[in-house]
Design a protein. Structure first.
Length: 84
């Protein structure tokens, strides 16, 4: 978990407990949970908005499309030569 071992995590939790006290920890955790929830909601809303406003992507030309275009050009040249 982010390169932090169990021992380091326990020490960090103990220091937080000493700094804020047992009464304040549930309030801090609740505030942190609400903040994370709001952040996720906002990011989901932005993603939905972007996907709704996303323009249609043009299709890329494949090699077969390019050869078809070349064939069409050659055929039109040949038909012009025959008409001349």
């Amino acid at each position: 978990m982010f390169g932090i071992g169990t021992t380091e995590l326990i020490i960090i939790m103990f220091i937080i407990l000493l700094i804020f006290g047992a009464k304040k920890l549930p309030e801090l955790a609740q505030g942190l949970g609400k903040g994370i929830r709001e952040f996720k909601k906002a990011s989901n809303d932005i993603q939905e908005e972007l996907s709704m406003n996303k323009p249609d992507e043009p299709t890329r030309k494949t090699e077969t499309d390019k050869t078809d275009l070349k064939k069409d050009a050659l055929e039109s040249e040949e038909s012009e030569k025959k008409q001349s």
